[in-house]
Design a protein around this ligand. Structure first.
Ligand code: ARG
Length: 455
């Protein structure tokens, strides 16, 4: 393609090192679409004649059909997807194919392909997230009154509704959805027509080709158009965050599925056995999702590092943007889809969850609030209940099982009505502040989510 200036060809190891067709063949569909739009624009602006345009378009459409049928093969002799498609076009329609590259460069081409590709892939990820949100909300609705120990520092803190816990993840994944929408919006500028970096002397119409390709906007600076990879960073950063959320959720699933917690059971379809220990049922899927979070973080850092210190405009370093992004796409898609399936089929051991609240002193705050309501400053109430808990632990006696006289020795303001607020169910029910775990509040959260997701 550039033979004119050269006396010698590349050695085979240089060819192998330089090529990107082994991975950017994934952009074949977008590359043909970009060329179709570019050709239509060249005809529209009379840079190419109608007849020339028709020949090129026919050839590209043939390639498109072959690609769909799986009959297009690429070669590393032609370095990347752009040169492969152009070579195939030449084989299809002859030297007229050479007119396609008027007023464009591979620099705006690779950027155009990648923008189109990302818009498509991010839409798929948004759909997967939407499905996961639905799974969460359906599960939450079935578990509004399921009691669970709420933890801080991995210590029993206060009783909560299991649905409330699930809805916390609903909130996180809703923010992720927004982040992916933002990433998709940042891929919505068309770089096509920026050419190598400086624009072109041909009277092109960049809005025309952008419109053909479904872009909302065009880059306003041709140097930025070929150098910008922010939209990929937006995507990778949204990916890193959603993986972090999935990983936290998985960590809890792994723990809760253990013999020690025994709060849930992962369904057989999402667990694996051991080749030596017949009793084992391992949470491999959850562990792999947690594990794969690392590589997605790595891909974000890899691209940030690639970009750091790059002079404007295009440098070959930018070819390194693709493999990490492709891997992040595959990883995030697989993890979202598998996680949703795993969560949907997890069985919840409501009795075990409730049993963990029986004598864990997680109702101590109830007692402190009770005393504060009786007029004790909260700090003093905290002190009194702390002593009660200490006493209770020594005598293996939960607060609700202490006799009234015993309680009154610690604080005479305690009366018989104290017993009515000490059950975990009451503790949850009475928490009705905005966003709290109270059943009515959680029902409201679920209702709001249902209206958003199912209408
Ligand atoms: N394969 C290249 C990439 O992915 C395409 C652009 C090449 N441009 C160039 N001037 N060498 O970045």
């Amino acid at each position: 393609m550039w033979g004119g200036r050269f006396e010698k060809g590349n050695s085979t190891d240089v060819i192998a090192f330089n090529e990107s067709i082994s991975f950017d063949k994934r952009l074949a569909k977008q590359d043909i679409l970009g060329s179709l739009a570019h050709t239509k624009m060249l005809v529209h602006t009379q840079i190419l004649s109608q007849a020339e345009g028709e020949q090129i378009i026919n050839g590209l459409e043939k390639l498109q059909k072959k690609l769909l049928a799986g009959n297009l093969s690429f070669s590393s002799d032609y370095e990347d997807i752009h040169m492969n498609i152009e070579t195939l076009l030449q084989q299809e329609i002859g030297p007229i194919a050479g007119k396609l590259h008027t007023a464009r460069s591979r620099n705006d081409q690779t950027a155009t392909d990648m923008h189109l590709f990302m818009k498509d892939e991010i839409s798929q990820i948004i759909n997967l997230l939407d499905h996961l949100l639905k799974v969460i909300v359906i599960k939450a609705e079935k578990n509004i009154t399921t009691l669970l120990a709420g933890y801080t520092h991995l210590q029993h803190a206060q009783p909560i509704s299991y649905a409330h816990y699930l809805m916390a993840y609903y909130e996180m994944f809703t923010r992720d959805l927004q982040r992916f929408k933002t990433a998709k919006a940042s891929a919505d500028d068309s770089p096509l027509g920026a050419a190598a970096l400086a624009g072109t002397t041909f009277p092109i119409n960049r809005e025309f080709s952008a419109h053909e390709l479904g872009f909302g906007k065009v880059y306003q600076n041709s140097i930025d158009a070929v150098s910008d990879r922010d939209y990929l960073l937006d995507f990778l950063s949204a990916s890193a965050t959603v993986m972090m959320h999935l990983s936290r959720f998985c960590e809890e699933i792994i723990q809760w599925n253990s013999y020690e917690y025994d709060y849930i059971e992962i369904s057989d379809e999402y667990a694996t056995g051991s080749s030596i220990m017949p009793q084992k049922k391992n949470p491999d899927v959850a562990e792999l999702i947690r594990g794969k979070t690392g590589r997605v973080y790595g891909e974000l850092f890899s691209l940030l590092t690639t970009l750091k210190g790059l002079p404007l405009a295009y440098d070959k370093d930018l070819q390194e943007d693709k493999e990490g992004v492709f891997d992040a796409i595959d990883t995030v898609k697989a993890c979202l889809s598998l996680f949703a399936g795993m969560l949907e089929t997890i069985s919840v051991k409501k009795d075990k969850m409730a049993a963990a609240l029986k004598d864990d002193f997680s109702n101590a705050t109830e007692m402190a609030d009770y005393l504060a309501n009786k007029g004790l400053p909260f700090r003093q109430a905290h002190q009194v209940v702390g002593k009660l808990v200490h006493y209770g632990m020594e005598h293996h006696l939960p607060l609700q099982e202490m006799r009234l006289e015993q309680l009154q020795k610690f604080e005479p303001k305690i009366e018989a009505d104290v017993y009515s607020i000490l059950s975990p169910k009451k503790a949850v029910k009475r928490r009705i502040s905005l966003g709290a775990t109270g059943f009515t509040r959680v029902s409201e959260q679920i209702k709001r989510a249902q209206e958003k997701l199912f209408h």
